[in-house]
Write a protein that binds this ligand. Structure first.
Ligand code: NDP
Length: 483
């Protein structure tokens, strides 16, 4: 039986006005298991109108009350953790154990974090002289659009809606139509949590059908987007003449840099492997370029390859699977094409490099073996363009300057990690790296208070903590002259 997903507009489950649906496919089996609304501008109009009606009431709601709503929603997501994890895994192909330990707990954390943050957010004021007081009002923007991708569906959906709602905005959100299921379930939980109608609206559909209509809608005051650099550029072009706030979290081509002085324990090696292959490499923060200092290159390569070869690609439902399926046939074709291109560029495939054919339930799924390539210069397309799959390219280097030059030598600048025992080097190189985030001797350690975002083609703006609350509010200065 197929699940029938609906939009959430004005607090009610609604079918798209035009009645069209899209297939939702389980990438591990190739089977369609749900119908997703193929909404259009009419549905977007209805959602924005509902959000506009709800906006004054929600903006006037005390922060503590908004926090209570978000915490109630977090409780419901936590109650459904196992079911949501299974749904996320089925929709995206990721191992269910990853959805259970990363995606859904992080969705809960996002909601709870911004519930707490809004109650602690103090305003600014300045006494200019003994008779003049300036203070800043942080006012909600009104209706905001939140558009999220397929790789961490509920995780990134909640990462946007939580600060937007906490700050007093009403939201029209569009999840990726490739992975719409957990957002659709969250919409049901929003109703159960008692959020007033129209405060959060979820409209499913394609980027061209819903996304475009949403970002261009005259009622939308700000757009928060996470997705590819190409779509980000299209949105920036559409939004710029309308002078609305825009936050873009885009693609990456992240380096992991291993210096010869790094003392790598087995756990460190596991982290470096995870930084390339977690979620099948479909995390914007994954390190797809592994730079290794030449004196330890061969020794490191042997230890690294032994671990990568030990990763198990399998049914996402099985606890033993380290990697599941890629998210869609189209993405699978893209990744396999990138591996072919690496071969054509003269790269040597050290392991993987092939699709994985499973038996039984997953015989028609889209699996790719974790792949390690070497022998390509930093300038090769393989080392320049985002692949967003289980593909890591090994690149030797000599000394700090070359490491920094190679690391910085792409159009992207999202995240870098570096491994060294030399504290001076760690700080010096971190300052020279043109990235929004740098991890030293770790990867994917996140504190939700810290700024999150990229530079160059990886985006504009910062999410996380106060940065997100600033984005989702307008600062108004009020100057008072005492008589
Ligand atoms: P896309 O850019 O294809 O899509 C992202 C979202 O935008 C989807 O909901 C999509 O809908 C929608 N969309 C597409 N076209 C438009 C448009 N013209 N106007 C408005 N919305 C539109 O990205 P993917 O879903 O393929 O996600 C993978 C990408 O996301 C990778 O490049 C990855 O690096 C990046 N990413 C960045 C992160 C960061 O924090 N910097 C975090 C996670 C991922 P539809 O699905 O229908 O196309």
């Amino acid at each position: 039986m197929r699940r029938d997903l609906t939009n959430l507009i004005d607090g009610r489950a609604q079918r798209p006005a035009a009645g069209r649906c899209l297939d939702v496919t389980d990438p591990a089996t190739g089977q369609v298991f749900a119908n997703c609304p193929d909404s259009d501008a009419t549905d977007v109009d209805a959602a924005v109108a509902a959000a506009q009606r709800a906006a004054p009431g929600w903006a006037a709601t005390a922060p503590e009350q908004r926090a209570r709503h978000l915490n109630r929603l977090a409780d419901l997501v936590e109650r459904e953790l196992d079911a949501l994890a299974e749904l996320e895994s089925r929709d995206s192909g990721k191992p269910v154990k990853l959805a259970r330990t990363l995606d859904i707990p992080r969705a809960v954390a996002n909601l709870r974090f911004f519930a707490a943050a809004i109650t602690q957010w103090a305003g600014e004021s300045h006494a200019t002289d003994d008779r003049t007081l300036n203070y800043t009002l942080r006012q909600p923007l009104g209706v905001v659009a939140c558009i999220s991708p397929w790789n961490l569906p509920l995780y990134l959906f909640t990462w946007k809606i939580a600060p937007a709602l906490a700050a007093g905005n009403t939201v029209v959100a569009k999840p990726s139509e490739v992975t719409p299921c957990t957002a659709a379930r969250l919409a049901e939980l929003v109703v159960e949590a008692g959020l007033p109608p129209g405060v959060l609206n979820v409209v499913h559909g394609t980027g061209t059908g819903v996304g475009q209509a949403l970002v261009e809608h005259p009622g939308v005051k700000a757009v928060s987007f996470t997705g590819s650099t190409r779509t980000g550029a299209a949105i920036a072009a559409a939004v710029a003449p309308k002078f609305r706030k825009l936050s873009l979290e885009l693609g990456g081509k992240n380096p992991a840099i291993v210096f010869a002085d790094a003392e790598l324990s087995d756990a460190d090696l596991d982290t470096i492997v995870r930084s390339g292959f977690a979620n099948q490499g479909e995390i914007c923060l994954c390190g797809s370029r592994l730079l290794v200092e030449r004196p330890v290159y061969e020794r490191f390569k042997a230890r690294y390859l032994e671990r990568v070869r030990g990763l198990s690609v399998g049914d996402p439902r099985e606890e033993g699977s380290d990697l599941g399926a890629l998210v869609s046939k189209a993405h699978y074709d893209k990744v396999v094409g990138c591996i072919e291109r690496a071969r054509a560029e003269g790269g040597t495939i050290l392991c993987g490099g092939t699709p994985v054919r499973l038996e039984g339930r997953c015989a028609d799924g889209w699996f790719v073996a974790p792949t390690v390539i070497e022998g390509l210069p930093g300038t090769a397309a393989t080392n320049q363009e985002e692949i967003f799959g289980p593909v890591v390219s090994l690149i030797p280097f000599d000394g700090d300057d070359e490491a920094v030059a190679i690391a910085n030598g792409t159009g992207y600048g999202l995240a870098a990690s570096l491994w060294t025992s030399n504290l001076d080097r760690a700080h010096r190189v971190s300052a020279q790296l043109e990235f929004g985030l740098v991890w030293i001797n770790c990867w994917l350690l996140r504190d939700l208070r810290t700024p999150f975002g990229g530079v160059k083609n990886s985006g504009v703006g910062r999410e996380g903590g106060v940065e997100a609350l600033r984005f989702f509010t307008e600062a108004k200065n009020v100057c008072l002259r005492l008589r």
